[in-house]
Design a protein around this ligand. Structure first.
Ligand code: NDP
Ligand code: 8X3
Length: 253
């Protein structure tokens, strides 16, 4: 059987672009997301285009029990995962801490931190018997610095930064590589989700400069995963050339 990559949040943006690049390179894929129609469309397209096999896992990474049941229901051969891309994540809202919506906070912490942990526990245990594997955690520039009103999203990505380091220590003895990819501004559905469907507000985030696109990040993920066995890239920050920090962006007027 070909190598297997398991990608969470594969129905859009960085996860979907990563599914393409791994499929193009002959990997079979386990794709995890919540939107069934999008998942099916992506899976069928990639199977037809690249002649690879795909298992669709319709699951919410926040939901510990149903996530675990859906992943454990995979056939044993499909649990021999070589690469895990912990990508599923979101931001909700951009308000000062005293005005934040606590449901938004729950969604971000439960998805970006707890969901990532639940998936990692299950899949790392599948990797351990083979004494190999590679976990790629999608962090953010928001995990390296804090910006106004970014409070809980930044905290959740700082947690990913810490967990990335922790996983590398804990899984070292099992031969599992661990890498974080930390992007700046990438034009995906991210801002539409952050601003709860307000497409005009989302569009303004990327106005006046050239943001990254999902393929730029997928390309970096493929780069780190395709290094020789003895080489690990611990941590990568990737920014648009026009962006210096989370909020300092050189926009043309
Ligand atoms: P998108 O909104 O385009 O994609 C997010 C993906 O995550 C979707 O496929 C969505 O699928 C999935 N997802 C969200 N919540 C869940 C959940 N609870 N369970 C399962 N899947 C879920 O955004 P991006 O591609 O930009 O985001 C991907 C990652 O990159 C996130 O972790 C984000 O924080 C990070 N990031 C993004 C940056 C950017 O500027 N865009 C910059 C830095 C980091 P579905 O709705 O079908 O479940
Ligand atoms: C997404 C990038 O700058 O909106 O993680 O936090 S940012």
């Amino acid at each position: 059987m070909s190598k297997i990559a398991l990608i969470t949040g594969a129905t859009s943006g960085i996860g979907e672009a990563s599914a393409h690049i791994f499929a193009q390179n002959g990997y079979n894929l386990v794709l995890v997301a919540r939107r069934a129609d999008r998942l099916e469309k992506t899976a069928h397209h990639l199977e037809a285009k690249y002649g690879i096999a795909i298992k669709q896992v319709l699951a919410d990474v926040k939901e510990k029990e149903s996530l675990s049941a859906a992943l454990e229901a995979l056939p044993e051969d499909w649990k021999k995962v070589n690469v895990l891309i912990n990508n599923a994540g979101l931001s909700r809202g951009l308000e000062p801490i005293n005005q934040g919506d606590t449901d938004d906070w729950d969604a971000m912490i439960d998805t970006n931190v707890k969901g990532l942990l639940y998936v990692t526990k299950i899949v790392s245990n599948w990797m351990i018997p083979g004494k190999s594997g590679h976990i790629v955690n999608i962090g953010s520039i928001a995990g390296k610095e804090v910006y106004p009103n970014g409070n809980v999203y930044c905290a959740s990505k700082h947690a990913v930064d810490a967990l990335n380091k922790a996983m590398r220590i804990d899984l070292l003895q099992h031969g599992i590589k661990v890498t974080a990819i930390n992007p700046g501004s990438v034009e995906t559905e991210f801002s539409i989700v952050r601003f709860k469907g307000d497409e005009d507000r989302a569009k303004k985030v990327y106005e006046g400069f050239e943001p990254l696109i999902a393929d730029d990040i997928a390309d970096a993920i493929w780069y780190v995963v395709s290094r020789p066995k003895h080489v690990n890239i611990n941590d990568m920050i990737i920014m648009p050339s026009a962006q210096a920090t989370g909020t300092i962006i050189n926009r043309t007027p």
